[in-house]
Design a protein around this ligand. Structure first.
Ligand SMILES: *Cc1c(COP(=O)(O)O)cnc(C)c1O
Length: 371
């Protein structure tokens, strides 16, 4: 699905040097590279504040703690996303309120989202799934009107740019009260282990998030609030500092791969290629097709037999996962998400994809449907 080795080979000298510098200085925790990287990422994304942390899941949790959500309150989330989004809601004693998504864009269904709002709802977590921004203008307006907070899960969409109807542009993660991202190795900006970050434009909230990520202390051994221990390693920050310099190029190469898939697969009638919306760029964390007629799994097997990996993100919607049955949802509640779990298939996409390899993948996909 990804080829991190050939990506590394092309930036090896810089990465190795960055790693060596950290080892030479020995500041493995909170070394200067952590602050340097945060500032560079703030510059890149346009966020006023970037607070790094241990991973993208922690980022979501710390965001909800920072916003002061309390047990029993409700948070709206799409049921078609990665479990991390909902897990932290549950862990904090909050109640996830699932909504269905739209079949083309994976946006939360606007009508359902509006219906889900109520007395007890304190937050909405939009997810920029697969690398394209979700309908933020609608969500932000709605949240504003109802006085609820917005936490963007931007784990899959770093660098994607959204354009508001007044022409204003903003990157994924920088539009809500807090945005989060992940530096998991296979994410678009991946480190060589775990890492994550939060974005906010609010200076008071930024201080709070930073404090919570560091055991609730601003000053060492003076704990103002209950926090967690969630840090981006200096080594990871140093690696990310190098890789951030290539992120624009990485997004461009992913788009080239996506364009080639689009061109080749648009004519295959049993396949729906990813829909692109005019008000967001796409950074193609995943290139996800939808396969009609119950053929998704046999296509996956066929590709596997020819040595081609593919993945289903995600096979079971969250409202039907055993972990979340306690919230009382049942099969049929969110038909679009349930349908998508049976039709989506993500094809290999990465920053150093050899066009000849991709041509082989395309040929095999076409061959499957020509049978
Ligand atoms: C990867 C991912 C996360 C979690 O990130 P980790 O760094 O693995 O904790 C959260 N949400 C979404 C949508 C993701 O894809």
């Amino acid at each position: 699905m990804v080829d991190l080795k050939s990506q590394y080979d092309l930036i090896k000298t810089d990465v190795d040097q960055a790693i060596q510098n950290v080892i030479d200085k020995g500041a493995f925790i909170n070394g200067p590279q952590v602050k340097e990287f945060s500032e560079a990422l703030a510059d890149y994304t346009g966020a006023k504040f970037v607070i790094t942390c241990g991973n993208g899941t922690d980022a979501l949790q710390i965001a909800m703690m920072g916003l002061g959500f309390e047990p029993g309150q409700e948070v709206i989330v799409p049921t078609f996303t990665y479990a991390a989004t909902v897990e932290v809601i549950a862990l904090l004693g909050l109640k996830p309120k699932f909504v269905d998504v739209l079949p083309d864009t994976y946006d939360m269904d606007p009508a359902e989202l509006e219906n889900a709002l109520g007395q007890n709802v304190v937050g909405i977590v939009p997810v920029h799934l697969y690398g394209q921004c979700t309908n933020m203008e609608f969500i932000l307006d709605l949240a504003n009107k109802h006085g609820v907070k917005v936490i963007e899960d931007g784990a899959q969409a770093i660098g994607a740019e959204y354009t508001f109807s007044d022409g204003r542009k903003a990157q994924a993660g920088t539009m809500g009260d807090v945005g989060t991202t992940s530096f998991f190795p296979s994410k678009n900006l991946g480190c060589y282990g775990d890492g994550g970050a939060m974005f906010t434009n609010n200076p008071i909230l930024a201080e709070k998030l930073k404090m919570i990520a560091s055991h609730g202390q601003k000053k060492k051994y003076y704990h103002e609030t209950i926090g967690v221990n969630s840090r981006l390693d200096t080594l990871q920050a140093a690696i990310l500092g190098v890789k951030l310099g290539h992120l624009t190029r990485y997004s461009a190469s992913r788009n080239e791969v996506a364009d080639r898939y689009d061109q080749a697969l648009a004519a295959v009638s049993q396949i729906k290629i990813p829909s692109r919306i005019p008000n967001s760029t796409h950074v193609f964390h995943q290139y996800t097709i939808q396969v009609d007629g119950g053929k998704r799994d046999s296509l996956k097997t066929f590709l596997q037999d020819h040595g081609i990996p593919s993945m289903v993100y995600y096979p079971i919607p969250l409202h039907l996962q055993p972990a979340y049955v306690q919230y009382g949802y049942k099969k049929g509640d969110f038909p679009v998400a349930e349908m998508l779990c049976e039709t989506v298939l993500s094809l290999p996409i990465h920053t150093e994809m050899d066009p000849a390899v991709q041509a082989f993948i395309i040929e095999k996909v076409k061959q499957f449907f020509a049978k």
